[in-house]
Design a protein around this ligand. Structure first.
Ligand code: ATP
Length: 227
């Protein structure tokens, strides 16, 4: 595979129900540690491999727009969110390759919980035809080979690399990298639970960008929901 001189582009998929401070920190850490030109945020509509998000897609998109507004290197990719069909990352990557061409290095950013579940994703080994995967530490999910499902550990053993390329360029796809991120014990599940039961004084302390919390409050989201 020939090396590319184009700067790598980060991709951050998720349900973002809601987007929270650890997502923002994850994107910034990946840009900094991996030299990404930016991060394209790709909220799912109906994810193929997990339960559908409780919150209507319009609200999840609105919260993401508010959360990324101040950072010009962050962009929002709405195609999967607006798709009428369930979406799978392997298909999303094929769409992006068709749009961006074969050469630009793509880096799919995940938290360590997602690495441990990677072999449950549809056609997961084919992901590496289109992208690198970069894994950040997440509390409770150690990235140790012996703690991962055997197929994922085997893939990590052959694909793990310290860098995307060498001094003359970056590979477009195919590697697994770990990168440093100050661990943040934050999850959308815990936030949804706090929003369902919280009082307005406790809500202001939630790890959410302030405009996202305002949106949640003005639209009365996450009331009476099961996390
Ligand atoms: P939920 O609690 O609903 O499962 P979540 O907080 O994990 O949601 P997602 O939208 O599922 O959020 O996550 C999108 C991506 O962000 C995933 O790759 C996930 O691993 C990563 N991520 C989420 N929270 C953290 C965190 N605290 N540290 C590192 N990565 C995180």
């Amino acid at each position: 595979m020939s090396l590319s001189v184009q700067a790598p582009l980060g991709l951050l998929g998720g349900t973002f129900d809601p987007v929270h401070n650890a997502h923002i920190a994850l994107a910034h850490a990946a840009m900094r540690e991996l030299g990404l030109s930016g991060v394209r945020w790709i909220p799912s509509g109906q994810p193929g491999h997990r339960n559908a998000p409780a919150t209507p897609v319009e609200h999840r998109l609105a919260m993401l727009r508010l959360a990324i507004a101040g950072e010009p290197r962050f962009t929002l990719d709405e195609a999967d969110a607006l798709s009428a069909m369930p979406t799978y990352t392997v298909n999303t990557l094929a769409r992006l390759r068709a749009e961006l061409g074969p050469d630009v290095p793509l880096v799919f950013i995940i938290g360590a919980d997602q690495l441990a579940a990677l072999d449950t994703w549809r056609d997961w080994r084919r992901l590496f035809d289109s992208t690198h995967i970069a894994v950040a530490e997440r509390p409770g999910y150690p990235v140790e080979r012996e703690r991962l499902p055997a197929p994922v550990a085997a893939e990590l053993a052959t694909r793990e690399a310290a860098t995307l390329g060498n001094g003359s360029g970056n590979a477009p796809a195919g590697r697994i990298l770990r990168f440093a991120m100050a661990p943040l014990d934050v999850s959308a599940t815990a936030i949804r639970s706090a929003l369902a039961s919280g009082t307005s004084s406790t809500l202001s302390g939630l790890p959410l960008p302030p405009p996202v919390l305002s949106h949640i409050q003005s639209h009365a989201l996450y009331r009476n929901t099961t996390p």
